[in-house]
Design a protein around this ligand. Structure first.
Ligand SMILES: O=C(CO)COP(=O)(O)O
Length: 269
């Protein structure tokens, strides 16, 4: 079975002190049991990348929440892919719906970012998903298909090999209401069909679900045959919750007593 991937996207949350505490708790929590068949990554805010890297064990990968579509030069406030590489990022999120909506990022900008990330040898995490309105108009498939096709047309299908696509229905993000299992399953199947129409194998691309994924629903979502893991926002902000999601992603589940249902396990740290 394919290794699952669990990525925490902290967005613009926490102070330096909070995030250092999170990483310290997570490191201690990981010691309680070896994670099997799961790759874990966290995407802290840019200024904290280096501090978090220095605390987390090497088995936890670092990711960035965004990247510039330019390589170098007079682009005030931008962060290049080479800078992310220097900071030991392995994953780079591109096209998150919050950036599409609030920063006006278009599919073409996102495809450019995707290209730079893959050329740099890092792994792009392409976020796709429909808004509430698009869903109500029955446009889910066409929206997602366009988001993916723009990247394929700009970068070539081969660029998606070993890449990650995260299906994040916009209406499920931060709402506490995740998509129905059947909808996740069918949308992921549609994405896989599009990838295969473009000459890719089903296993070439890691397909994540994101949107109100939490300890209470992660096990059933990860059990869907087309889901290779999750991209987690709110529930990644508590180390204990994120750890529980990581345990749930294991293909061989942990012993029941190793699972945490609250933060008690961390009181000593
Ligand atoms: O946007 C997300 C991850 O990128 C999902 O956020 P939530 O898990 O808070 O719904």
């Amino acid at each position: 079975m394919k290794q699952r991937l669990v990525i925490g996207n902290w967005k613009m949350n926490g102070s330096l002190a909070d995030n250092i505490l999170w990483a310290t708790h997570f490191r201690h929590g990981l010691k309680s049991q070896t994670l099997q068949d799961v790759e874990v990554a966290v995407c802290p805010p840019f200024p904290y990348l280096q501090s978090i890297r220095s605390i987390l064990p090497d088995i936890v990968q670092l990711g960035a929440q965004d990247v510039s579509s330019e390589c170098i030069g007079a682009f005030t406030g931008e962060i290049s892919v080479n800078m992310l590489k220097e900071l030991q990022c392995r994953y780079v999120i591109v096209g998150h719906s919050e950036r599409r909506a609030r920063m006006g990022e278009r599919d073409a900008d996102i495809a450019e970012k995707f290209k730079l990330v893959s050329l740099a040898g890092l792994t792009p995490v392409l976020c796709v998903g429909e808004t509430e309105q698009e869903r109500a108009h029955g446009q889910t498939r066409s929206v997602i298909s366009h988001q993916i096709q723009t990247v394929i047309d700009r970068c070539g299908a081969h660029a998606l090999r070993n890449a990650v696509i995260a299906y994040e229905p916009v209406w499920a993000i931060g709402t506490g209401v995740s998509a129905e299992l059947a909808d996740i399953q069918s949308t992921h199947a549609v994405i896989r069909a599009q990838l295969s129409d473009n000459g890719l194998d089903a296993d070439d691309v890691t397909l994540l679900y994101g949107g109100s994924l939490k300890p209470g629903n992660s096990e059933e979502i990860f059990s869907l045959p087309n889901v290779d893991g999750g991209l987690i926002g709110g529930a990644s902000l508590k180390a204990a919750d994120f750890l529980d999601i990581c345990w749930a992603a294991q293909t061989r589940p942990p012993e029941p007593e190793m699972k945490s249902t609250n933060n008690v396990r961390y009181q000593d740290f």
